[in-house]
Design a protein around this ligand. Structure first.
Ligand code: NAP
Ligand code: ZN
Ligand code: ZN
Length: 350
């Protein structure tokens, strides 16, 4: 027996997404069937549909910012019951045995995490994501959504939220720390909100001043345009931590010079090409360049609870699934304030 699922898929690289029906397996012992209500559109979905990272599998149902309601549970499930509000992020399984998995860092699983889509389940079945009406996931990889967080505005926390929460915690953003976020997009705007709630001084480095007013409302103390060369002169040696969320190439060396002694620049945006970095900017201030990938299940739950306590959710524009291709174009034009979220009820319209 299988579960019939409806969604939207790209049939091949760069092709527009269109209606697609497929099957998911019935819940095994520890699985949960989720009625998907909302799914955020992450820039990663666009990179993957475009096969920009060279590992895309088609047909592809993207989507890894999923919120919904538990519809059915497998016989041995203990953590959730029918009707619970839940979320699923970027992965749905991992080996559970390696050192990173044992340390609750499943995203760095040495065998590779099972990504929510564009991956393969441990039995070899291709995974398909959240631009669909149902998903079946092991309870250990499902998050609980706190009651005060709405399902639509919370969907982006499952990727965008945790992607910034994890490095902000790891590099100890907090009172007395000067943090810069490069790029005020989906993940960047979550970084501003979370860093502000952690008590850090927050600066946005955006390509223009168009989003300045929004940036300040989201919690930024300062806002600068990177198209203005004076920004770089003024901020040389200033930041303890810079998080780069830009999905395109930037001039890395120019930004490294903005770090203070022992400062760290964390790469979270993933453009196609390698990062060219000159040695001088690094050695001159004992600076570091580092990367960070989403967060583990335990930390993702911690982030949701932190957001619940601090009343943090994403700024969203809800769209029907029929508009997903237009939404992709608008993300590429930086014309989104600040995350598109698909209302999955729209799948019922024809
Ligand atoms: P997004 O909403 O499109 O935001 C990216 C932002 O980067 C834009 O809003 C824009 O901000 C800036 N930007 C875009 N093109 C630019 C250009 N040519 N030059 C300078 N700035 C530019 O994307 P997102 O969903 O936040 O994702 C951002 C990146 O993070 C993607 O590469 C995605 O794959 C990656 N990602 C990584 C992880 C991880 O775990 N490491 C997780 C999720 C996503 P301004 O208008 O403010 O300049
Ligand atoms: Zn994502
Ligand atoms: Zn593992």
């Amino acid at each position: 027996m299988t579960i019939q699922v409806h969604g939207y898929a790209a049939q091949q690289a760069k092709s527009p997404l269109g209606p697609y029906s497929f099957e998911r397996h019935e819940p095994c012992d520890y699985d949960i069937v989720i009625d998907i209500r909302y799914c955020g559109i992450c820039h990663t979905d666009i990179h993957q549909v475009g096969d920009e990272w060279g590992e895309s599998k088609f047909p592809m149902v993207p989507g890894h910012e999923i919120t919904g309601i538990v519809l059915q549970v497998g016989p041995r499930v203990t953590r959730y019951k029918v009707g619970d509000r839940v979320g699923v992020g970027c992965f749905i399984n991992s080996c559970r045995k390696c050192e990173p998995c044992r340390k609750n860092l499943e995203q760095y699983c040495t065998e590779g995490m099972t990504t929510t889509y564009n991956g393969t389940e441990r039995d070899g079945t291709p995974t398909q994501g959240g631009y669909s009406n149902k998903i079946v996931v092991d309870e250990n990889y499902v998050l609980s959504i706190p009651d005060n967080l709405p399902l639509d505005k919370t969907a982006p926390l499952l990727c965008a939220g945790i992607t910034l929460y994890s490095p902000l915690m790891h590099w100890k953003a907090g009172p007395g720390k000067k943090v810069a976020i490069i790029g005020l997009g989906g993940i960047g705007h979550m970084g501003v909100k979370i860093a502000h709630a952690l008590g850090a001084e927050v600066t946005v480095l955006s390509h223009s001043l168009k989003k300045q007013e929004d940036g300040k409302k989201l919690g930024a103390d300062y806002f600068y345009a990177t198209s203005d060369l004076k920004t770089f002169e003024k901020l040389t040696g200033y930041f303890d931590l810079i998080i780069n969320t830009v999905s395109a190439e930037i001039d890395w060396n120019q930004y490294l010079d903005l770090l203070a002694l022992d400062g760290t620049m964390v790469v979270v945006g993933i453009p196609e090409n390698k990062i060219p970095v000159g040695s001088f900017s690094l050695v001159a201030g004992r600076r570091s360049i580092a990367g960070s990938l989403i967060g583990g299940i335990k930390e993702t739950q911690e982030m949701l609870d932190f957001c619940s306590k601090n009343n943090i959710a994403s700024e969203i524009e809800v769209v029907p699934i029929q508009k997903v291709n237009d939404a992709y174009k608008r993300v590429l034009d930086s014309d989104v304030r600040y995350r598109f979220v698909i209302d999955m009820k729209s799948l019922e319209q024809h």
